[in-house]
Design a protein around this ligand. Sequence first.
Ligand code: FE2
Length: 155
Amino acid sequence: MPAAKDTLNRASGVEKHLTPVLHDLIALAVNAKQAHWHVRGANFMGVHEFLDEVVAHANDAADEVAERVVALGLPVDGRIGTVAKRTSNPEMSPGFQQSKITVAEVVAQLDATLDTVKAAVKSLDDIDLVSQDIVIAIAQQLDKDRWFLFSHYAE
Ligand SMILES: [Fe+2]
């Protein structure tokens, strides 16, 4: 049954490359919420409110990625313990932070996640174009979110 084997190979390739993306997106959603709660200082309201948009985009993207893997017949592991062990996103500072620090730390979250997403875009080129299309759309949204935050301190 070569067709069934092809389908299984495609599913396992997609699962392999989308799983790191899922873990970083879940970590991004959790950490951007932490930032939303603890930002203080300059541009408070704008940064506070925009961080909730980053959370919403990360949660929507995580859902798309997880459901693509599940649609191909494989499970995902989005448990918080697994995410904490596997994410490439850096640790955030605890407690209240001035907005300049908060914004820089969330840009670092976005950069780490974008590296993972863009690696998946490349790898999925030979495996599954539908999955690649999903991560391309996610990269576009994260690039835009990064621009909105980076512009707070860019020269
Ligand atoms: Fe809130």
